[in-house]
Design a binder for this molecule. Structure first.
Ligand SMILES: [Zn+2]
Ligand SMILES: [Zn+2]
Length: 269
């Protein structure tokens, strides 16, 4: 008899599959998962914004030291996020459920390596897709004004600006985040973990802080841009189009180096 190697996280998957199958198969599960992780990831950064200079040990990591979001900016972004979820995300989830009804959960869990490669592949592919989309939406004046300008209302990004997006951009981004793990034939668990990871890196890109534990410092050789790179895109919008990694901007000559401490350049598109 052949002995099958049991993945390390099989017990966790069995528990989820046997006890929470109804929840996991619900069309709303991915929406609830991403919305709740978005809120959880944004809260600490909002607290840092609120405390500002009263917490110098945190504020010293702020990329644009003199630009903190105001209450009006926070409420504006919250309003747009709520609107987008009601009119785009929720209908998209229902449509997906209609066209792709919930399938039975597979018995076998993925291995840790499956998850790592699935996430890495999906993130690299997303980085390329968004790089092209983003560059086109900056080069074409009509596309920029109609779809992407809303995201550039703030020169100093803060966590809630992550989803301060036009509906078309949000649907496109959501589509790639959903479809990429499917392209790589990832396990459902990997798809969900990728969704949460993607919410995290997107919020981190916009957080406005360059902490020592920022992904750009954890990934070696400067291959990952992280918050400092995307912050530069908000200051100087004709550069740094790739959301996460640095290679595409280097290949296409749109890479802008980040200097520290930063001087505001004031080049709004
Ligand atoms: Zn941005
Ligand atoms: Zn942009």
């Amino acid at each position: 008899m052949r002995v099958h190697h049991i993945p390390l996280i099989q017990p966790l998957w069995d528990y989820l599959r046997l006890h929470h199958s109804q929840t996991l198969r619900s069309p709303l599960f991915p929406v609830i998962l991403t919305v709740s992780s978005y809120v959880v990831f944004c809260i600490p950064y909002l607290v840092f914004n609120l405390m500002g200079r009263r917490w110098p040990f945190i504020h010293k990591y702020k990329i644009q030291q003199d630009r903190n979001p105001t209450g009006a900016m926070i409420f504006h972004c919250l309003g747009i996020t709520l609107y987008n979820h009601l009119f785009y995300i929720f209908p998209a989830a229902v449509a997906q459920w209609y066209w792709r009804p919930p399938c039975p959960l597979p018995e076998q869990s993925p291995t840790i390596l499956d998850i790592i490669f699935g996430m890495l592949g999906s993130l690299l592919l997303f980085d390329f897709q968004y790089f092209i989309w983003h560059m086109i939406h900056h080069k074409n004046r009509w596309l920029y004004k109609t779809f992407h300008a809303i995201h550039h209302e703030y020169m100093a990004p803060f966590s809630l600006a992550t989803q301060c997006l036009g509906g078309w951009e949000l649907v496109t981004v959501g589509f790639w985040t959903t479809i990429n793990p499917i392209i790589f034939k990832c396990h459902l668990l990997t798809c969900w973990i990728f969704m949460v990871l993607h919410v995290y890196v997107s919020v981190e890109d916009h957080c406005g802080y360059d902490f020592p534990w920022s992904t750009s410092h954890l990934v070696p050789f400067g291959i990952y841009g992280g918050p400092i790179k995307h912050d530069m895109h908000h200051q100087k919008p004709m550069s740094n189009y790739a959301p996460h990694f640095t290679h595409w901007d280097k290949v296409f000559g749109t890479h802008a180096e980040f200097t520290w401490p930063r001087i505001d350049i004031g080049l709004m598109c």
